[in-house]
Design a protein around this ligand. Structure first.
Ligand SMILES: NC(=O)c1ccc[n+]([C@@H]2O[C@H](COP(=O)([O-])OP(=O)(O)OC[C@H]3O[C@@H](n4cnc5c(N)ncnc54)[C@H](OP(=O)(O)O)[C@@H]3O)[C@@H](O)[C@H]2O)c1
Length: 265
């Protein structure tokens, strides 16, 4: 039987006010972990994109989750940061450590995703925004996490990144896909660099997960490409993330794991 042993560990989950991040948060809370719910405070203004696929939930979503966790007897705080701005990253850790002393587990879940994102319409801004959040911020968050671990002489840590099962080939989402492919590459490199600190680094690459963005028509269209015959649920992803943070996953590092019902193998 798996006993993750996460009671009193502190976990920072980026973009956890909504979607998959919200369910990752609730799953860690069920294990008795201290929760840091990160959210983006203001809706980004991007004039050149005709469709911004961000389900903006802001502070309200974060507070709702925090209140639910506390009502159930858990510990949780909300912290705000715009990951487009690298200056916000040290403050995110300072705000977290002021309450919980240190962060044990980092989940890089927040992502920027906008359309159009194809080779005919791509702009410098489109590329920058995807890479600034999905790649640059994720690396800087990991850097801040491991430097603080070293300073605290802490010998246990978990880093879990969230990519997509289509990272290696994502027609019509080329910047988004490439920014996640970079995440998969740095997962392996950083795993080699930080193993001696007792820190594991892994990536979960979800297939299509229903977080409200899939219409019934799209679901019908996608299901034939999923060997296990159904769309993903946020809990499918959250369960694997919690496993990767567990004691039992202590000798597992540098891996990219598709959690996709067999989609995009
Ligand atoms: N859902 C799927 O089918 C699917 C499939 C493959 C991979 N994924 C990956 O799974 C993860 C979660 O996906 P999801 O569907 O739950 O996404 P989502 O509902 O769009 O949530 C994305 C989160 O990232 C935050 N975020 C976006 N830009 C940010 C910025 N500049 N600074 C700080 N936070 C920012 C959002 O904040 P606000 O809500 O406040 O804007 C939100 O909390 C992402 O990494 C995504 O790439 C999802």
């Amino acid at each position: 039987m798996i006993n993750p042993k996460l009671k009193n560990k502190t976990v920072l989950i980026t973009g956890s006010n909504t979607g998959i991040g919200k369910h990752i948060t609730l799953s860690f809370a069920e294990q008795g972990a201290n929760i840091i719910i990160h959210f983006l405070g203001e809706k980004p203004q991007i004039e050149e994109s005709f469709s911004l696929e961000i389900n903006f939930s802001g502070k309200e979503g974060a507070i709702e989750i925090k209140d639910a966790i506390i009502k159930d007897g858990g510990n949780a705080i909300c912290v705000e940061a715009d990951l487009m701005d690298s200056n916000h990253i040290p403050k995110l850790f300072d705000d977290s450590e002021r309450v919980f002393e240190r962060v044990d587990i980092l989940v890089n879940n927040a992502a920027h995703c906008e359309l159009p994102d194809n080779i005919f319409e791509v702009t410098a801004g489109n590329i920058d925004r995807h890479f600034n959040v999905n790649t640059r911020a994720a690396v800087l968050l990991i850097s801040e996490f491991v430097k603080r671990k070293k300073r605290h002489r802490d010998s246990w840590g978990r880093i879990i990144n969230i990519s997509t099962d289509a990272a290696q080939n994502f027609a019509n989402q080329i910047s988004y896909g490439a920014s996640k492919a970079a995440m998969e590459a740095f997962t392996r490199s950083i795993a080699c660099e930080v193993g001696h600190l007792g820190i594991t680094v892994n990536t979960v690459a979800p297939g299509p997960v229903q977080t409200g963005w899939m219409t019934p028509e799209l679901v019908e269209q996608v299901i034939p490409n999923i060997p296990l015959g159904r769309i993903g649920r946020p809990k499918d992803i959250a369960d694997v993330v919690v496993f990767l943070a567990s004691e039992q996953a202590g000798w597992l590092t540098g891996q990219v794991i598709k959690v996709s019902g067999g989609h995009n193998l």
